[in-house]
Design a protein around this ligand. Structure first.
Ligand SMILES: [Fe+2]
Ligand SMILES: [Fe+2]
Length: 315
C-alpha cells in the first residue's frame, strides 16, 4: 500500500493527486468445506451440487493467487472487493476466505460488500459479518455493519452498498431496499458537496442491460434512477463474471458503471477470464484511468488486457 492519501503524478506539467484503487470481485473461494447433511437445506443443496458439478472447475485458487500477487505488485492505495467471496454461505467458508483476503491487506485498506453467494441463506450474512465486519464498516463506525457505509480516502468517497439477500434455489437476484437507497441518496449528496470523487461499490449491476433473468437486482430501476438523480463519479460491481462498461446519465454528466470479471476464473473456460482493475483516480479532474489486468484467453501470466479513461464522454 502506498498510504491512504495516494501518490502524486505529473501530467502536462501540473502535479495532481492520484489515488490508485484496485477492484476485484467474485473470487468464490474454495474448496467447499464438507457440509453435514442436516445443513444441506434446499438452496444450499443445489449450490453444493453446483459447486461439485461445475464451479470447482470454473474457479481456481491458483489463478486467484496469481491475480492477488500481480495486484500487490502495483501497490494500490486501496482495494475494493465486491462480493461473492464464498460459494454457499456456509459458516466455515468465511474463515477460509479470510486467509485470501488478509493477503490483500488489512481492514483499513480493503473495503468489502457482500454478494448473493455470501447471503445465500438467512444465516449466511451474520456468519460473514462475524468474520469480515471490520472490512465492511464506515469510518469511525462501531457495532454491527450498516449499509451503505462511507470511507473517505485521499479525495475519494468509497460507498459500500449491500445488494446480497437470501433467495430461492436457482435464483441469484439482489435487492438494495428502500432504507439503503434513502441513505445512499443522502451520502451521494453530502460527499458531492465535500468535493469528493464518489465511488459506489455494489455486487449486482444497477442496470438491467448487463444481467440475465433470475440474476438481476430487483430494484435496479430505482437504483438507476437514484444514481441518475444524485450522480456518482464511478459505480463498481461484479456478479456477472464478465467485464462490462455501461453509463447512466447523471445530473452533471455520465455515471460510468464498471463491471469486473471473476478474480478466480479459469482461463479458457468459455466466456470466462480472470481479471482485476487498477483505477487511477484524479479527484480534481474527476477522471479515472482504468487498466484491466488479467489472464489472456488461452492462459499465460497476468498481463494488461486494456486501458481506457472514464468517463468516456466529458462531464
Ligand atoms: Fe459470482
Ligand atoms: Fe453474484
Amino acid at each position: 500500500m502506498r498510504g491512504q492519501q495516494g501518490g502524486r503524478f505529473l501530467r502536462a506539467g501540473v502535479v495532481h493527486l492520484e489515488f490508485l484503487l484496485a477492484h476485484l470481485s467474485d473470487p468464490h473461494i474454495g474448496p467447499l468445506p464438507r457440509i453435514p447433511f442436516r445443513k444441506l437445506i434446499n438452496k444450499r443443496l443445489t449450490g453444493a451440487l453446483n459447486w461439485h458439478g461445475a464451479r470447482a472447475t470454473i474457479h481456481s485458487m491458483d489463478v486467484l493467487a496469481e491475480i492477488i500477487a500481480d495486484l500487490a505488485r502495483h501497490t494500490p492505495d486501496h482495494i475494493a472487493l465486491t462480493g461473492d467471496l464464498v460459494n454457499v454461505g456456509y459458516e466455515p467458508e468465511f474463515p477460509q476466505a479470510m486467509a485470501a483476503v488478509r493477503s490483500l491487506g488489512d481492514a483499513g485498506s480493503v473495503s468489502i460488500v457482500p454478494g448473493n453467494h455470501d447471503a445465500y441463506i438467512r444465516e449466511s450474512l451474520p456468519a460473514m459479518e462475524r468474520v469480515f465486519r471490520p472490512y465492511m464498516l464506515g469510518d469511525g463506525a462501531e457495532g454491527p455493519c450498516r449499509f451503505p457505509y462511507l470511507r473517505r480516502r485521499g479525495g475519494v468517497a468509497l460507498i459500500g452498498v449491500n445488494s446480497g439477500v437470501p433467495t430461492l434455489p436457482f435464483m441469484a437476484t439482489g435487492r438494495v431496499g428502500e432504507a439503503q437507497r434513502a441513505a445512499l441518496a443522502d451520502l451521494l449528496d453530502s460527499t458531492r458537496q465535500e468535493g469528493l470523487f464518489r465511488v459506489v461499490m455494489i455486487h449486482h449491476p444497477p442496470l438491467k442491460t448487463v444481467t440475465r433473468f433470475g440474476r438481476n437486482l430487483m430494484d435496479q430501476r430505482k437504483m438507476a434512477e437514484l444514481l441518475g438523480r444524485h450522480g456518482a463519479e464511478l459505480v463498481l460491481h461484479g456478479h456477472n463474471h464478465r467485464h462490462s462498461l455501461a453509463e447512466i446519465t447523471g445530473p452533471a454528466g455520465p455515471v460510468p458503471v464498471l463491471g469486473v470479471a471473476s478474480a478466480s476464473a479459469v482461463p479458457g473456460t468459455p466466456g470466462h477470464l480472470a481479471e482485476y482493475h487498477l483505477i487511477a483516480i484524479n479527484p480534481a479532474a474527476r477522471t479515472a484511468r482504468i487498466t484491466r489486468r488479467g489472464t489472456p484467453r488461452g492462459g499465460g501470466p497476468v498481463t494488461t488486457l486494456a486501458e481506457f479513461t472514464l468517463p468516456r464522454t466529458a462531464r
